[in-house]
Structure formats: structure tokens, C-alpha cells
Ligand binder design. Structure first.
Ligand SMILES: Nc1nc2c(ncn2[C@@H]2O[C@H](COP(=O)(O)OP(=O)(O)OP(=O)(O)O)[C@@H](O)[C@H]2O)c(=O)[nH]1
Ligand SMILES: [K+]
Ligand SMILES: [Mg+2]
Length: 436
């Protein structure tokens, strides 16, 4: 992979479509546009051109073309765009013509965005924000992703890093003083109070887990004895026939997931095998998977059919007891809610309860951290700041305190990619699709 190659890829989805957008980025963008489409339009002005196969002159398609010289482009390089017709043969013909041009090759996954990052057009947290904008399935996820793309996390991280570096500069200065056996006390007090402040801010950001959960979705596991009505409820919540329902106990074995949008919040509903002792090895596997999913869920709905026991629920972070088949009988005690998937009774109340639970867990969209990667980096920064403060307060070796503060700055810098991030890069960009 050479970074001075000119790369191209379809930026729109796969399959037949009215229009297909091909992005081109790199030093040859201008000549490629000229070779295929003739006269190049004004920068950032769309124009209609007939695209021609360079060798034969045969017309390939009528396209809308754009010329976007760097550095004011997405990647920061010279870029061109071809909006061609989205037929499969048209697309194949234009891509083939592009691939035949020397020094021009198909882009790798995430390569456009990688170039944007390397050219300083966006920081790593914005790159992730962009990925999240593309993956967002609900309104709350979209809003959070946009805030990250606009720099909410990146700006916070930069502010912390600068604050830490300022404290470090003061520490280095007092190191010089201490060589003369004379560390001004007010300087140390100043450094400590700066570190305290940063420590508290980072701690607050870490305490909010709503962002990561909003990205991943709030997980609700439907659990209960066989025939409790779990799959029937899943189908009712999904409003489609996702899972097989039958009067035979032990119908469901696999874990079945449905992504729902409840009031703009992402909720993943998970149907599982009925919990019981079984000699059937396949059912045993299903039951073991059900228990694992229940343990990791944000919420377990423990479904109790008429005549069923309220006990036997798997260990869970949070659990609601739901009496099912209320049309038949509702004599069970101690249920939080009653529903009947057949008559629809109690379903609005159940959905409202789920919305409320999701809202409480996902927070108000004010979380700054949205990924495990951010949390790991910030936790390391927090630990180093703690160690640095303690060393300073205990009048320990200043060199060691300074080293901890330096480590904290580096850890915070990983969030935006300002320091040593080669290993982070490959992992991140390889999760992108081609053409991004
Ligand atoms: N009367 C009535 N029957 C229901 C209701 N909900 C489900 N049933 C019936 O109960 C039986 C079992 O339903 P399922 O949804 O397959 O139950 P399950 O908990 O998924 O069962 P397993 O997958 O075997 O563990 C089916 O015959 C359903 O039609 C309800 O609200 N009222
Ligand atoms: K069943
Ligand atoms: Mg089932």
C-alpha cells in the first residue's frame, strides 16, 4: 500500500441503484478526470460529462463529475468524484477503466479516512465518530455520533492533554529549581491543584458509561421456563415473525436478537431457550447460552406463565418479573407486569417500562466516552495522575512524579491520536468499509 498512489472506490452501497458515486483521491485525480471525462469543471462545481474508455474512446456512461483540489477536500488530497448510473455493468465498466490507469488502484478498507487522518483533516475520535454516524440505527445514536464527529470528545481530550502538559512544564521547572536544593512551595501547590482539577474531570468522564451503552444498545434478554411465551413476545415487540412459536416445550434453542428503536433509543431484544434440565445435548447448549446472555444483559425479563414458579431466574444485573398469557389466568403473585401477547393486553405498559429502563441506563446523551478504547486510555491517564499526585504530595522523587504526568499526557493523547498510535491505527481503520 503506497500513500502516493491515487485510489478509487465506490462510496455508495453495493447492488443496483439509480446512482453510484465513485470517489478518487490522490495526486493523479485531475488527470484521471480529464482522461475519462474531458474538460475538468471549476473546483467544487458539478458538471455533466460523457465518460469515455481512454484507449478506445468508447462512451461508458453519462456522469455528474466533481473536481475537489486539496487540501480543502475530505482526504486533504486532490479528489474527484464520478456520479455514474448505478447499474452493475456500468459500474464494472467505469471501475475497470479506472483500474487500467497506471498508478491508480482500488482503495483498501478505510483508506480514504486514513488519509484524512494522516493529513490532519480529522483526529482519531472524529474518525470513530464518522464510523458511528454511518452505523447509527436510532436518533439518539445519530446525535451522539454527530457530537463526536464535531469534536466533543476530541476537544475534551485535547484540553486535558494541554492541562497535563502545562502541569508537566511546571514540574520540569521545579526539577531545575530542586537541583539548586530550592523548590518553591507555591509552585508545588500550584501543580498539585492543577493535577487535582484534571484528575477530577477525568474521573467524572469515566463515571458516565451511558455513551458506550448507547453505541452498543440496551440489551434485554427474554428468559423463563419453556413455553412461557418468550418467542411470542419477541415477535410482538419486533412486530414481525422472527422466532418460531409452538406449543412444544423447548422450541427455541438458538439465541435470537432483534434490534428495536424504542423512542429513539437502541434496544436489543434477545430471545433464548427455555430454562430447564434437559438430556438433549442441543437443548443443553441452548440453555447454557441463555444463562450466559442473561448474565451479561442490561435487563432480564423473567417470564412466568400461568402456574409457573417465580423462582429459578438466572443471576442478572437487573430483572423484571412479567406474568404472561394474562388472557388465561393472572393469579400469579409478585409479578411487576402482566401481559398477553395474544390480546395485546399489557404490551404498551411493558414497552413503556422498557423505554424507561433504557433511558435510565443510556443516560441523557451527555457521556463523552463512547468506546472501550477511550475508557482504557483515560483509565491509564487517571492511574498515572493518581500516582503523580501521590508522589508530589508525599514529597517523593520529582523525576518519578514528572514521568507519571508524562505517561498521563500520552494516554490522553491516544484518544485523538496525537502520540504513538501506530498499533491503534491498523485495528481502527480495518473496521471501515471500502470507499470510506
Ligand atoms: N393464550 C395465550 N397463549 C400464548 C400467549 N403467548 C404465547 N402463547 C402460546 O404459548 C405457547 C408457547 O409459546 P412460545 O412463544 O413458543 O414460548 P417460548 O417461551 O418461546 O417456548 P420455548 O422456546 O419452547 O422455551 C404457544 O402455543 C403460544 O401460542 C398468550 O399471551 N396467550
Ligand atoms: K414453545
Ligand atoms: Mg421460544
Amino acid at each position: 500500500m503506497r500513500s502516493d498512489d491515487t485510489i478509487f472506490a465506490t462510496a455508495s452501497g453495493h447492488g443496483r441503484a439509480a446512482v453510484c458515486i465513485i470517489r478518487i483521491s490522490g495526486p493523479q485525480s485531475l488527470t484521471i478526470l480529464e482522461t475519462l471525462g474531458g474538460r475538468v469543471p471549476e473546483p467544487r462545481h458539478a458538471a455533466v460529462r460523457i465518460l469515455r474508455e481512454p484507449a478506445s474512446g468508447e462512451s461508458l456512461d453519462q456522469a455528474l463529475v466533481l473536481w475537489m483540489p486539496g487540501p480543502r477536500s475530505f482526504t486533504g488530497e486532490d479528489q474527484a468524484e464520478l456520479h455514474i448510473h448505478g447499474g452493475l455493468a456500468t459500474r464494472a465498466a467505469v471501475l475497470k477503466a479506472l483500474g487500467a490507469i497506471a498508478g491508480c488502484r482500488p482503495a483498501e478498507a478505510g483508506e480514504f479516512t486514513r488519509r484524512a487522518f494522516l493529513n490532519g483533516r480529522m483526529d482519531l475520535s472524529q474518525v470513530e465518530g464518522l464510523a458511528d454516524v454511518i452505523d447509527a440505527e436510532t436518533e439518539a445514536q445519530r446525535r451522539q455520533a454527530m457530537l463526536q464527529l464535531e469534536g466533543r470528545l476530541g476537544n475534551a481530550a485535547e484540553r486535558w492533554r494541554e492541562g497535563i502538559l502545562q502541569a508537566l512544564a511546571l514540574l520540569e521547572a521545579s526539577l531545575d529549581f530542586s537541583d539548586e536544593g530550592d523548590v518553591p512551595e507555591d509552585l508545588e501547590v500550584d501543580i498539585l491543584s492543577r493535577l487535582d482539577h484534571l484528575h477530577a474531570e477525568i474521573e467524572q468522564a469515566l463515571s458516565n458509561r451511558g455513551g458506550e451503552r448507547l453505541r452498543e444498545g440496551f440489551t434485554v434478554v427474554l428468559a423463563g421456563p419453556p413455553n412461557a411465551g418468550k418467542s411470542t413476545l419477541l415477535n410482538a415487540l419486533a412486530r414481525r415473525d422472527v422466532a418460531i412459536v409452538s406449543p412444544i416445550a423447548g422450541t427455541t434453542r438458538d439465541v435470537i436478537e432483534v434490534h428495536c428503536d424504542l423512542g429513539g433509543l437502541p434496544v436489543v431484544i434477545v430471545d433464548t431457550a427455555g430454562l430447564r434440565e434437559s438430556r438433549d445435548v442441543i437443548e443443553q447448549e441452548g440453555v447454557s447460552r441463555a444463562r450466559t446472555r442473561a448474565q451479561n444483559a442490561d435487563l432480564v425479563l423473567w417470564l412466568i406463565p400461568p402456574g409457573g414458579a417465580e423462582t429459578g431466574a438466572p443471576p442478572a444485573r437487573r430483572l423484571l418479573k412479567v406474568g404472561t398469557k394474562a388472557d388465561l389466568d393472572r393469579s400469579r403473585h409478585d409479578c411487576d407486569l402482566f401481559i398477553s401477547a395474544s390480546t395485546g393486553e399489557g404490551l404498551p405498559e411493558l414497552i413503556a417500562a422498557l423505554e424507561h429502563e433504557a433511558e435510565t441506563a443510556l443516560g441523557e446523551g451527555d457521556a463523552i466516552l463512547t468506546r472501550e478504547r477511550h475508557r482504557k486510555a483515560l483509565e491509564r491517564a487517571h492511574r498515572s495522575l493518581t500516582a503523580g499526585r501521590e508522589l508530589l504530595a508525599a514529597r517523593g522523587p520529582l523525576e518519578l512524579a514528572a514521568e507519571e504526568v508524562r505517561l498521563a499526557a500520552r494516554a490522553v493523547g491516544e484518544i485523538t491520536g496525537r502520540v504513538d498510535v501506530e498499533d491503534v491505527l491498523d485495528r481502527l481503520f480495518s473496521s471501515f468499509c471500502i470507499g470510506k
